[in-house]
Write a protein that binds this ligand. Structure first.
Ligand SMILES: *[C@@H]1O[C@H](CO)[C@@H](O)[C@H](O)[C@H]1NC(C)=O
Ligand SMILES: *[C@@H]1O[C@H](CO)[C@@H](O)[C@H](O)[C@H]1NC(C)=O
Length: 223
């Protein structure tokens, strides 16, 4: 019967396809686990999980900078910033502090121009204001909070961060977690920002929300 024949063909094709899938799975499996003996004349390449800049899971395209930022954890562990595979700020480098940690990077060369931390609990916010008003054009601005970025925050500082592309600077308050990458002449809001409000109901630690991480590829400014 024709129908029976058709079914046989379908079953046959199905079997072949399934076999191919299994075979493919098996060979990719065996490639990872079995070392072929040398006398076979095939020296298998060392299989290792590729490591990309700043530990990203993918490679940034040409003309992009890799970055990864972590905010501080409560008031215990300081924040860290990686840019193009260099740890530019971290507790180990001993160049982070409570408040806001900020690095300025030349958007066309990727050269780190300035980095500093600003105590936003008991420090003078004028220091941060001076730092921010002197940012040159085409500069990337990387920010990580630690412990308390909000107490001394004022409207002038909020406005500058908003102009750098921040959506949350307006809300930033006592012990919030915040990570952000903006740029001096950004015309829109930055896609690189995360924010967690200090809220006793949802805080991960007793007095602080969870730490935040931000990573990705930043487009190089082509002049
Ligand atoms: C092939 O491998 C993938 C990934 O390991 C697995 O999800 C899938 O079920 C496998 N397929 C077969 C037919 O074994
Ligand atoms: C960034 O680098 C470019 C190319 O070297 C240079 O022309 C420009 O002045 C630099 N910008 C700043 C703010 O240093």
């Amino acid at each position: 019967m024709r129908v029976a024949g058709l079914i046989r063909v379908v079953v046959f094709i199905f079997t072949i396809v399934t076999m191919l899938v299994f075979l493919h799975n098996y060979t990719s499996f065996s490639r990872k686990t079995i070392r072929l003996p040398r006398w076979l004349g095939i020296t298998p390449k060392e299989i290792q999980t590729p490591k990309f800049k700043c530990g990203l899971s993918k490679m940034c395209p040409n003309n992009f900078f890799a970055f990864k930022i972590s905010s501080g954890a409560a008031n215990v562990v300081g924040p860290s910033m990686c840019f193009e595979d260099a740890i530019i700020m971290s507790p180990v480098r001993n160049n982070v502090g409570r408040g806001l940690n900020i690095a300025l990077v030349n958007g066309s060369t990727g050269h780190v121009m300035k980095k500093d931390s600003f105590d936003m609990y008991s420090g003078d916010p004028q220091l941060l204001l001076n730092f921010l008003t002197e940012i040159p054009d085409s500069t990337l601005v990387l920010v990580a909070s630690y412990d308390d970025p909000g107490t001394k925050m004022n409207d002038q500082i909020r406005t500058i961060f908003s102009n750098l592309g921040s959506s949350y600077a307006k809300k930033l308050g006592f012990r919030d977690s915040w990570v952000f990458v903006g740029a001096k002449d950004l015309k829109s809001s930055s896609p690189y920002e995360q924010f967690l409000k200090n809220n006793p109901e949802t805080n991960k630690y007793e007095g602080w929300p969870e730490l935040l991480e931000l990573e990705g590829c930043l487009p190089r400014k082509v002049m």
